[in-house]
Write a protein that binds this ligand. Structure first.
Ligand SMILES: Cc1cc2nc3c(=O)[nH]c(=O)nc-3n(C[C@H](O)[C@H](O)[C@H](O)COP(=O)(O)OP(=O)(O)OC[C@H]3O[C@@H](n4cnc5c(N)ncnc54)[C@H](O)[C@@H]3O)c2cc1C
Length: 401
């Protein structure tokens, strides 16, 4: 099947043959390439970008949150929540930390088991490139892939060269941040071979206001507070950030992965606090000023003032104060939408795990064809889990090919 019909060149000038072709020089692709090459395979990595690991470079605010010490399958979304277990168990955060320490890269734990580089995400890309170099992985950049064919092995066409290999690992990632070179190549190759794809959606993404909420809250831009954001039974206690367009911050990014368009999210703006308890304990003398002061004792002042204006109790009775208290802990927001793939840290959904071996990531339908990383329907929480999935799924494929 032609992936870019207009640019197909049947008479490519060159032919190259190797044991393993990896499409995508990102986190998962480089890990798979290193592992396979360590086992003596001749590996070629093709990428259309002008350098490898571009998303790693921008990750974690430039410091790359490269893993999480508490990595378990519970931190991932997938149509099959058990699928990730095997790969995660066989390549753990400690395996990646050992690699980081071998390269003497300084790092620290920021919060909740999240490990970041002290200096820069460039250290992680340099480490992966050095590992590739040491074991003879060749990385070819600026490769415009026009077609993938399969007869005896795989042939990947580019305008100048046909690359042949018995085994093909597809590691071209998801749809998030098209400006960084994200494309749907993995899904198109999967579709070409008849693999089922779970519907994709932006995840770990800021959510946007409806018009009325925008009028009420958009000028709180920049304000941040600790909340519990929930959706059904899933809850995240982290910071929320008011933005010009809606809500962001870790708590919202986390819950966005569970949010479905049209649905609501619930926000507890004052976890473990009872703001109106002092007022309810008073026999009388309750008024708007005292209500606002009680909120200010718990919430950031600008938010307290706005909440007092919008949600003053209907009467100064204990029952009405309790109702107001409840609203503060169960603020129902129905977002208009999300900021989409342009701002999403990852893509949820993707190549169905039912199509792949959980041990090796090989397609059950097409022998020799592997999918790894973000392209697969395994999506991590915020906090280094997505990279750990990229390393672990890459290692699973690299050990098997
Ligand atoms: C702003 C931002 C910050 C993030 N921070 C973190 C973090 O701190 N911690 C964490 O765990 N996760 C983080 N993530 C998520 C993480 O970057 C991804 O989950 C991870 O990079 C996925 O790895 P991958 O190898 O599957 O895909 P990618 O890293 O996206 O690599 C895919 C590769 O395929 C190439 N490619 C794509 N299409 C084509 C094509 N048509 N032809 C040829 N090559 C192609 C791309 O150029 C790229 O090199 C962040 C994401 C973003 C956007």
């Amino acid at each position: 099947m032609l992936l870019h019909p207009s640019s197909h060149n049947p008479s490519a000038l060159h032919e190259e043959t190797c044991d393993l072709l990896v499409l995508g020089a990102g986190a998962a692709g480089l890990m798979a390439a290193i592992m396979a090459s360590q086992r003596g395979r001749r590996v070629l990595v093709l990428d259309h970008a002008d350098r490898s690991g571009k998303k790693i470079l921008i990750s974690g605010g430039g410091r790359c949150n490269f893993t999480n010490l508490n990595c378990t399958a519970e931190h991932f979304l997938s149509a099959n929540p058990h699928f990730a277990r095997s790969a995660l168990a066989r390549y753990t955060p400690h395996d990646f930390i050992a690699l980081v320490e071998k390269h003497r890269i300084p790092y620290h734990e920021k919060t909740l088991g999240q490990l970041f580089c002290d200096r820069s995400a460039r250290d992680i890309v340099a480490m992966l490139e050095a590992e590739c170099h040491a074991v003879g992985v060749r990385i070819l950049l600026h490769q415009h892939i026009t077609e993938v064919r399969h007869s005896e092995g795989f042939v990947v066409h580019t305008p100048n060269t046909n690359y042949r290999a018995k085994t093909l690992v597809v590691a071209t990632g998801g749809l998030s941040i098209p400006k960084m070179g994200a494309t749907d190549l993995a899904y198109r190759i999967a579709a070409q071979f008849g693999l089922v794809i779970e519907p994709c959606r932006p995840a770990l993404v800021p959510l946007t206001w409806q018009t009325q909420d925008s009028a009420h809250y958009a000028d709180l831009t920049g304000l941040s507070t600790e909340v519990i954001a929930s959706q059904g039974r899933t809850r995240f206690r982290e910071k929320l950030l008011f933005t010009h367009r809606g809500l962001s911050g870790p708590a919202i990014l986390q819950i966005s992965s569970y949010w479905q368009p049209g649905g609501s999210i619930t926000i507890d703006l004052a976890p473990d606090q009872d703001c109106t308890a002092p007022l309810r304990a008073q026999a009388g003398g309750r008024d708007a000023a005292k209500f606002r002061a009680a909120l200010r004792d718990v919430l950031p002042h600008r938010l307290a003032d706005r909440w007092a204006v919008l949600h003053s109790p209907s009467a100064w009775t204990n029952a009405a104060l309790l109702e107001t208290e409840d609203r503060l802990h169960q603020w129902q927001v129905i977002p208009a939408g999300s900021e989409g793939y342009a701002k999403a840290e990852v893509t949820a959904g993707g190549i169905s795990t039912a199509e792949l071996s959980a041990q090796t990531m090989e397609s059950r339908r097409v022998s020799g064809l592997y999918f790894i990383g973000e392209a697969v329907d395994v999506t991590g929480h915020l906090g280094g889990y997505n990279f750990q999935w990229a390393w672990a799924s890459g290692a699973a494929a690299g050990r098997a090919v």
